[in-house]
Each structure stands twice: as structure tokens, then as C-alpha cells.
Design a protein around this ligand. Sequence first.
Ligand code: PLP
Length: 400
Amino acid sequence: MTASRISQRIAAIAPSATLAVDAKAKALQAAGEPVIGFGAGEPDFPTPAAIVEAAVLACRDPKNHKYSPAAGLADLRAAIAVKTKRDSGYDVAPAQVLVTNGGKHALFNTFATLLDPGDEVLLPAPYWTTYPESIALAGGVPVAISTDAASGFRVTIAQLEAALTPATKALVFVSPSNPTGAVYDPAEVEAIGRWAVEKGIWVVTDEIYEHLVYGSARFSSMPVLVPELADTCVIVNGVAKTYAMTGWRVGWMVGPTDVIAASANLQSHATSNVDNIAQRAALAAVSGDLSAVDEMRQAFDRRRQVMVSKLAAIDGVLCPEPEGAFYCFPSVEGLLGRNFGGSTPTTSLEFADLLLEQVKVAVVPGEAFGAPGYLRLSFALGDDALAEGIDRIADFVARG
Ligand SMILES: Cc1ncc(COP(=O)(O)O)c(C=O)c1O
């Protein structure tokens, strides 16, 4: 009998469509092609100087050259507790905070800690690609619940109710959402939280885009609106999007102390402490003010409006206005089956491929988010590139 070289668990991880687009775009760029990339999920701004300076100083301090507590530097855990109270109004103790290698790692820890084999996790779609994979890796079963532009990509209690089974262990709740930019109203957040309490299921709520909301939209934290949820809720957050620190890799979980202690135990064997220099930079970030993210938000808001109006003007494209994060998520169903220079794309994946090949514009197809028929375009790129990229798409569609 020949054992397969790769374990079934790892072989089952779907290749990331996001990375596939990115790899193609980078290959074309490397070959000298003028690619405009709407694929990136990161701010185009540098990390604020004061945060970088804190890291430079930390590098020079020998105490940061050694192992530190696996759950995170005590100062940083305490500062995250203070920041959580400041930003969302949620009261937590430092022992309820675990510092991780980014928000992604916080999600992996959370699902590994909460799920037994066969446990079902309700996952409103469109969803960020990492959720189903990290749930499945932990032995759980992601149960996607489709939402569409008509409902503002917001899941309803009736839909949750219909998907609930005796095996349901948790719900993933993300507002503002990647990829749709949807932001739930406080009343909706509260109703969903109350429903979860009533059904006795956990909520894993991803608050990484908490500061990126536009217009009249307001971020609200579920366990603040539903205090009874505190014992069955894990918040995932990090410095990546708020402080333009995607490459520094610092995130965190906030949850009940037993879950945090169990995850810390896992982390002590898997990765040990997060890089001390990055933790010191994160400490400067969360203990500083929010002026950098206020500036970024203004730029993103301007670009958001330009992108929405330009996309909406393209025949066959429907573009709801995102209220948060930095993505537009237009439907291109109206373009599928049409002829474009001899090719007839029938899926958003094929349409995205065609855009990259023909007009050198990289977008992520909705298939990556469990939502075929849509595209995700980040508006975290420069104003000129943004305008030119959408003009290229518009010309491509108009030429037919
Ligand atoms: C919704 C959401 N959660 C979490 C993350 C993870 O961020 P990081 O691992 O860079 O902290 C991302 C990054 O794209 C995201 O979009």
C-alpha cells in the first residue's frame, strides 16, 4: 500500500483564487506589462513613522532579543484591553487577550480551540477565503449561507435559523465585511447576537475593519450590544488594516479566559511568542491616537466614491455602495455570456482572467469568496491608477 505523501487534511485545502490572480498579475508585471492591481487586501500607505520608530528602538534593546511569553508581552495585552474599551466599548481584562501572528493566526487558533470534528460553523457568504479553510483544518464543517446584493449582503435571522442543526457550534460574523464592504446596523448586530445566545452557539466576530466605515455607517461590536454573549464569543482583530501594518504580522483574539488560555497553550507549541519587535511596534500603534487611520479613511472614502460611480456607469455591471472596509463587490452577471474580442466568458473567474490578459487589470473573481458572478476590487490604491484601471475595464466592455 502506498501512503499518499500529503495528508488528507492538508491536501484538502483549496488553492487560493486570490493568490492565483496575484501570482498571474505579478508575473505579467515582472515581464514589464503595465498591470493595474485591484487585488491587494492592504492599505497602500506606509506604516506611520512613530510606530516604525518604536520598532527601531525595540531592535536596539537586548530584552527584545529573547523569548517572551507565548501569549504576548504583558504591556501589549494590557494595551489591547484598553484599546478595546476605547474603540468598541468592550470591557476586557488582559488575561482575555492573546497576541497572535496576525488576524489570520487568531482565526486558526480560535477554530482549533473551539471545534471538534464534525462541528458545523455558519458562514455567511460572500466570505473571506480564509474562513472555510481554517474551519475545515480544525475538523469543522463550514456551512455557507448565501446573501446577495439585494439584501445588502447581510444575513438574516431566518436564514441563520434555516441553516441551524444540532451540530452547529459557531457563527462567523464579519462587519465591516471583506469582500462586500457590508456593515450591519446596530439593531441587526444585536438581533443576531441575541439569536446566538438563545441557540447556545458561539460567535467568532472579526472586527479587523472596525475603523474603516463611511457615510452614516457605524461599527458596532456584538458582545457590547449583547453582554450575555461574553462567555461564548471570540473577537478577532489586529493592527494590519488600521495602522497599515499588514507585513508586521500582529493580531489578537479577545475571548473568555479558558479559551484564551487553551489557545495560548496551543500557540506555545506552534509558534511561541510573536516577534518582540513587531509587538513593540503594535504597542506603539494601539496606545497612540487614531489620526493615521482617520487620514487613510478620508482617502479611501474619496476613492470608494470614484470607484462606485465609475463601475456603476458600465453597462452590465451592478455595484452596490460598500459602507466599510476597502472593497467594491460589483456583480458582472450582466456581462457573462457576451462576446469580448472573440472570447465569451461564462463565469466571473473567466471574466477576471480575460481582464488581466486583455487590458492588464487584476481583480479577484467572486468564486474566491463563495460568490460566483461578482468581482472584488480593492480601492486601497492611488487615485490615478484607480481611475485608469476602471477606465480600462469600461473600454474593454464597451468595445465588446
Ligand atoms: C476580514 C479579514 N480578517 C482578517 C484578516 C487578517 O489580517 P492579518 O492576518 O493580516 O492580520 C484579513 C486580511 O485580509 C481580513 O480581510
